[in-house]
Design a protein around this ligand. Structure first.
Ligand SMILES: O=C(O)CC[C@@H](O)C(=O)O
Ligand SMILES: [Zn+2]
Length: 458
């Protein structure tokens, strides 16, 4: 450790129990944190020095951002060094012409959103953990969130990034260029690599224009097929910036625990939340006409639209607060995707198999239905011991991933693979693809020190 102290200073090498617990774990929770130390470098050069030293001694490194991940990508459970980017948290070099800004990896998502707002611009990647997650972690996991249907995932907003590879080399990838066809785009490989190819230390992020007067519409529908009709109807005329869904059980839990009113009295099996810009009255007239059409067709039973920013925010909470609300039930979680058109059948198959074997399991469905991404959460029955629940959920995983495979879907739509899903990777990636990923890792990280054991084993 003395050599690391020389690089970052004594106060920046943490080995006490509370730091190891805090930095050794993400929001996945199921693992016991056990890092050998937490290092807090203050510059890119210090990151390079740390990695070079670690490579020399073959010490494993876990790059660490806000640790809000749900796939154990940032867990250090095997004596690794945690390399936390918290101190690289400056925003600089705002370029109003290119509409880009330089961010240290430790910049909090919300900090970037606020900075954009101060420039009358907008950073559109958004999710419930925006107050804690860091840009470096968002890039490492290609974070998605609630506006993907219009704005894409983090990948779409990274104009350039600096990566320290497993040998301590600093790569300055794409440098903010809009057009650059000079060979392979290594930047895109690093995005979503979950720290297995190197440490993201800095990024040039793109910003866009601020949306004009966002309105939120929550609709109640009899079934998932109806929700798909609603999606198609609205998308044929309106550019939606969100199309989310949640089940009645999800709504019940949120209104019971978050001091929020139901959106309307009518109880429906599923609800959709739509967000769109309302630059003028015509936009709302169009939305109301489509809403009425959906009612006439029997696809929608009831609905409500926000009349103010505060109302829009409260309607959003019905969806955004679900994950946190159900945490006390220690839910089994899965984050999966399929083609959007196949979602209703896909969901019905998963539900049927779970209900058949475990009729006492409560399933909470919600997610980014407009992206084909559903979040499956199963609540632990109160009287079932946690270990027993985990064993039963292991079986559920196999059934779910077999269905995912049959549908040509993904075992991880947005949360990544980490430790949690690596044994299931082959359900959505071929053996040749996985072998190629191993080959790519060797090029960036010949010693295999960067976040080893995440995504796949070497
Ligand atoms: O907790 C979950 O299952 C999903 C969390 C997050 O991705 C969300 O969309 O709310
Ligand atoms: Zn999500």
């Amino acid at each position: 450790m003395a050599a690391f102290v020389t690089i970052v200073g004594e106060a920046r090498v943490l080995t006490d129990e509370s730091a190891c617990e805090q930095y050794g774990l993400d929001w996945t929770r199921f693992y016991a944190p056990d890092p050998s130390a937490v290092l807090l470098p203050g510059s890119i050069e210090e990151v390079q020095d740390i990695v070079r030293l670690a490579a020399k001694h073959k010490l494993a490194i876990v790059p660490s951002g806000g640790r809000t991940g749900l796939s154990a990508g940032a867990v250090a459970a095997n004596g690794e060094l945690v390399l936390a980017l918290d101190r690289l948290n400056t925003i600089s070099d705002f370029n109003p012409v290119d509409r880009t800004v330089r961010c240290g990896a430790g910049v909090i998502t919300e900090q970037l959103q606020q900075f954009a707002e101060e420039q009358d611009l907008y950073y559109p990647v958004d999710f419930a953990s925006a107050g804690s997650s860091q840009i470096g972690g968002n890039i490492a996991t290609n974070a998605g969130g609630i506006k993907v249907i219009k704005h894409g995932m983090t990948r779409d907003w990274v104009a350039g990034l600096k990566l320290v590879t497993g040998t301590g080399e600093l790569l300055d990838l794409n440098r903010g260029l809009m057009k650059n066809n000079a060979g392979y785009d290594l930047r895109q490989l690093a995005i979503g690599a979950e720290g297995t190819l190197g440490v993201v230390v800095e990024a040039t992020m793109s910003l866009t224009r601020t949306p004009k007067n966002l309105a939120v519409l929550v609709l109640g529908a009899p079934d998932m097929q109806a929700i798909m009709h609603v999606l198609a109807t609205f998308q044929s005329e309106i550019e939606l910036s969100a199309f989310e869904f949640f089940s009645e059980l999800a709504l019940e839990k949120v209104v019971a625990h978050q001091d929020l009113p139901r959106p309307f009295e009518t109880v429906c099996d599923y609800y959709a939340l739509l967000e769109f810009e309302q630059p003028d009255d015509q936009a709302m007239d169009d939305a109301m006409r489509l809403f009425e059409h959906c009612m006439e067709q029997g696809w929608v039973y009831d609905g409500t639209v926000s009349q103010s920013l505060a109302q829009a925010q409260n309607l959003w909470r019905l969806r955004e607060d679900i994950s946190e609300t159900i945490t006390p039930w220690t839910p089994y979680k899965n984050d999966i995707s399929t083609l959007i058109a196949k979602v209703p059948d896909f969901l019905a198959e998963v539900e049927a198999v779970v209900n058949k074997h475990y009729p006492n399991f409560e399933i909470v469905w919600f997610g980014h239905i407009g992206d084909g991404n559903v979040h499956l959460n199963i609540l632990k029955p109160e009287d079932l011991p946690i270990d027993e629940f985990k064993i039963q959920c292991g079986e559920v995983s196999t059934w779910v991933f077999e269905i995912v495979q049959r549908y040509g879907g993904s075992v991880s739509a947005e949360h990544g693979v980490g430790l949690l899903k690596k044994e299931y990777l082959e359900y959505s990636r071929s053996p040749v693809e996985i072998e190629m990923m191993r080959g790519i890792k060797k090029v960036f990280d010949p010693q295999g020190i960067m976040n080893p054991g995440k995504i796949f084993d070497l």
